[in-house]
Design a protein around this ligand. Structure first.
Ligand SMILES: [Zn+2]
Length: 110
């Protein structure tokens, strides 16, 4: 198993230490094929390449899985605000992602 398989990213690159190195260079060698037909390890929704989704590989007890970048952030920082009633994990993750971007701001759109 190589690093790209276990820790690579897929989809549209976003401004982060995952897709870019310290010099701001896109880490093309870590880019994986889009995991079409797979579900996100965290929110369990199908990945949708046409929706412009992106994310990373995530080692799990069942082997290498993949997760949306927003869901990964949710997993790391946890929901800042309590999710509204009836919101899915995916919706919560997207909300948190937006809030995070607003708060800290990123120059590159992803
Ligand atoms: Zn997800």
């Amino acid at each position: 198993m190589d690093d790209r398989e276990a820790f690579g990213w897929f989809g549209i690159p976003w401004w982060s230490g995952i897709c870019y190195d310290d010099d701001g260079r896109l880490t093309e060698e870590m880019r994986k094929e889009f995991p079409t037909g797979e579900t996100c390890y965290i929110c369990e929704e199908l990945f949708d390449e046409t929706a412009g989704e992106s994310g990373t590989a995530i080692p799990s007890p069942e082997g290498i899985r993949h997760t949306h970048k927003e869901c990964m952030l949710l997993e790391i920082i946890g929901p800042v605000d309590r999710p509204g009633m009836g919101m899915s994990i995916r919706q919560t993750a997207l909300e948190v992602w937006q809030g995070f971007r607003k708060r800290y701001g990123t120059s590159a759109e992803a």
